[in-house]
Write a protein that binds this ligand. Structure first.
Ligand code: AMP
Length: 410
């Protein structure tokens, strides 16, 4: 594949057809691959999703530069085949680098890094800390290597942004040897999202820095981070992405003795308990209906008691966590909401802030009600003690940016 290029396409909209020096961003999961081809100035992108990998229904949903939608069946296809097709679809745009989202980087990586043999081995080895994610990321890296051995690849770790946490925040109160010999500590996740929205909030606020933000990434996965002067000081997720807030299907914090109790009382195996906490808990577990907040909200509005409780618990736990994370900030500038729920659910934002009722936070209800569907803006009243922002997250943009930085292309 050729190096740096400006490519003009036979495209209906020539205004948007200059996809200059694009970076391909890949997020390889265990049964899906999300991808985005992003121009050098982040203004243009082509996106898609390969899903149901390994099943008869495996397919690629691709959105072209024109916005046309294609669906390509790759029945039974796994990562290698899906990536081969994706790369065929994108080959004409001459991407110059590939950036991979990688969930776990352990404690070795505090920034994005170019892939070499050692890095790939580390991604594989960290399967012990992210068994569902890291093996799929490694497959993605190897598949690109096999097809385009000369394209530089970079890994951008979800954990890297949180490497600035001090020991007081990242250590567990456990025997020292578990940390020193077995790397048992808090790592934190959703790093690219927390980094992106906190940086964006610092750009758009009128207040002078350094800024202290609490970023609330509320989607199907949920986490909150205390970011001061662009650095993560503490975060809600820990050794794994299960710790912290209540999520779509994940419990978040529970009593650490729950495992032994369930084992003794119900004869459940550790694997069964782990699956229950990860896949059958959270909004889904409490409501008994769905992990999707929209479904749970609709049921709550129709009087479903468990759905109502699930939402109350979700908001209470987010508010309680944000209040405690504020202790990590030398100064508290404001809260930034993001993720599918944070960006769209006006009532959830209101309920979370009501939980923090001793903080002097004042919401401008009209501004809050106007922020959904991808809009960005503030919604604090003039007399509020802190600022309130909605910033739609853009992890792909951040990964493309970090990929270019790691390769010295900026
Ligand atoms: P994400 O994982 O960031 O895509 O977020 C998914 C979550 O966002 C799901 O729980 C959705 O129900 C929720 N969500 C998306 N749009 C809305 C909306 N308009 N109102 C409430 N929740 C929403």
């Amino acid at each position: 594949m050729s190096a740096s290029l400006t490519t003009t396409f036979d495209d209906k909209n020539t205004e948007t057809s200059n996809l200059i020096n694009p970076t391909l961003v890949l997020n390889c999961g265990s049964s899906s691959i999300k991808y985005a081809l992003i121009s050098e100035d982040n203004s243009i992108r082509i996106t898609g999703l390969a899903e149901n990998l390994g099943l008869d229904t495996a397919r690629i949903k691709h959105t072209t530069l024109n916005g046309d939608k294609l669906e390509i069946s790759i029945s039974g296809g796994r990562h290698q085949l899906a990536l081969q097709k994706i790369l065929e679809l994108l080959e004409q745009y001459h991407f110059i680098a590939v950036g991979h989202r990688v969930v776990h980087g352990g404690r070795e990586y505090s920034a994005a890094v170019r892939v070499d043999e050692h890095v790939l081995d580390e991604v594989k080895r960290l399967k012990i800390l992210a068994p569902l994610h890291n093996p799929a990321h490694a497959l993605g890296i190897e598949a690109v290597q096999a097809i385009y051995p000369d394209i530089p690849q970079v890994v951008v770790f979800d954990t890297a942004f949180h490497q600035t946490m001090p020991p007081v925040a990242f250590r567990y109160p456990l025997p020292k040897a578990l940390y020193e010999e077995h790397k048992i500590r808090r790592y934190g996740f959703h790093g690219t999202s927390h980094a992106y929205v906190s940086e964006r909030a610092s750009e758009i606020t009128e207040s002078k820095g350094p800024h202290g933000w609490l970023t609330a990434h509320l989607g199907n996965g949920c986490s909150a981070t205390a970011v001061y002067d662009g650095k993560s000081f503490d975060t809600s997720m820990g050794l794994t992405p299960l710790e912290g807030l209540m999520m779509g299907t994940r419990s978040g914090d529970v009593d650490p003795s729950l495992h032994i109790h369930l084992k003794r009382q119900l004869g459940m195996s550790l694997e069964e308990i782990d699956a229950m906490l990860n896949n059958e808990s959270g909004l889904l577990g409490v409501s008994g209906l769905s992990n999707d907040l929209r479904t749970v909200e609709q049921a709550a509005n129709e009087g479903h008691a468990d759905a109502k409780l699930a939402i109350e618990m979700f908001c209470y736990r987010v508010g309680k966590y944000l209040a405690s994370l504020s202790c990590a900030l030398p100064e508290f500038t404001g809260i930034v909401f993001t993720g599918g729920i944070g960006e769209n659910s006006v009532t959830t934002r209101t309920s979370i802030l009501e939980v923090m009722r001793h903080f002097g936070i004042k919401v401008d209800a009209d501004k809050n009600a106007s922020l959904f569907g991808g809009s960005e803006g503030s919604f604090h009243a003039d007399n509020s003690s802190i600022e309130l922002w909605v910033v739609p997250t853009d992890e792909e943009c951040r990964i493309a940016q970090e990929t270019r930085e790691a390769l010295g292309l900026l």
